[in-house]
Design a binder for this molecule. Structure first.
Ligand SMILES: Nc1ncnc2c1ncn2[C@@H]1O[C@H](COP(=O)(O)OP(=O)(O)OP(=O)(O)O)[C@@H](O)[C@H]1O
Length: 259
């Protein structure tokens, strides 16, 4: 049985099929990239898997158990975590306090500024910061961090829920090329060392082709290709979508519009 199995997942907005019968699987120790041009249906797919958006049809199974119809909170508690495009850290709190907050939330405890919460889950928070190499900056306010480091904290926060599957919708948005590679390289390490299963979207093909174990490609809501990096690179339909229609591809070096 697959850890995550998405079957014939669909979303219609009025007459527009934003996602049209998309199926794929994801297993532990796998970094799966979901790519496609703007408007292909990537975010909509993430939102349905994470429970932020109700699906119009299909199934999302975690270890064979149906997630469709559950709240995003229940889905998170069952082991499907999520990072968002916008970093969700509190600038006024320190790095470790942000991670402690995430742990408190996971354990369904309420954070209070007035109670001495400082000691709660501190060791656990430090272990999570260690995973993302941020333990040295634990006591700095998040407002002082470089953007790439904020993203690392955000990653540590999403690991606080002990996800088995992590959904990362454009985790490197707004980052410089070197930072992008560093973050996705770190995620790849976590995937390999901790057998995490990660589904991510990424606009930089260089990053996708460097780190993904497998790639699925959406275009106009339909899954048009699936395979290894090499298979995807050479897939005629993918080449057509990216190179044949004037869509924009972002590489590490430049953002280039292919005529
Ligand atoms: N709430 C909504 N109401 C109506 N149409 C929507 C809604 N959300 C998305 N869409 C449409 O669904 C399609 C897929 O959008 P989606 O945001 O999932 O694409 P995407 O692949 O994530 O794009 P991008 O790379 O630009 O983020 C688009 O045609 C979009 O206009």
């Amino acid at each position: 049985m697959n850890l995550l199995e998405v079957r014939q997942l669909s979303k219609h907005f009025g007459g527009n099929a934003a996602v049209d019968q998309v199926s794929f699987v994801l297993n532990p120790g796998e970094l799966l990239a979901l790519i496609g041009p703007n408007g292909a249906g990537k975010s909509t797919t993430f939102n349905m898997v994470g429970g932020q958006l109700p699906a119009s049809g299909g199934s999302v199974l975690l270890d064979g158990e149906e997630l469709r119809g559950l709240s995003s909170r229940s889905i998170a508690h069952k082991g499907v975590g999520r990072t968002f495009q916008i970093a969700a850290t509190f600038a006024s709190l320190t790095v470790i306090e942000n991670v402690q907050m995430a742990l408190l939330s996971h354990h369904r405890r309420v954070f209070s500024f007035w109670r001495p919460a400082a000691g709660l889950y501190r060791d656990e928070a430090m272990q999570l910061l260690d995973l993302v190499s941020m333990q040295d900056q634990a006591d700095r306010p998040c407002s002082e961090l470089a953007y790439g480091d904020v993203k690392r904290v955000e990653l540590a926060m999403s690991l606080a829920g002990k996800p088995r599957v992590l959904l990362m919708d454009e985790p490197t948005a707004g980052m410089a090329p070197a930072e992008r590679r560093a973050l996705v390289g770190l995620v790849k390490q976590l995937v390999m060392q901790h057998r995490l299963a990660v589904l991510f979207t990424e606009h930089s093909m260089d990053v996708v082709f460097s780190y993904a174990d497998r790639v699925i490609v959406l275009a106009r809501g339909k899954l048009i290709a699936e395979g290894s990096v090499e298979q995807i690179r050479q897939h005629p339909k993918v080449q057509e979508v990216y190179f044949g229609t004037g869509k924009t591809i972002q590489t590490d070096a430049v953002q280039e519009a292919v005529p």
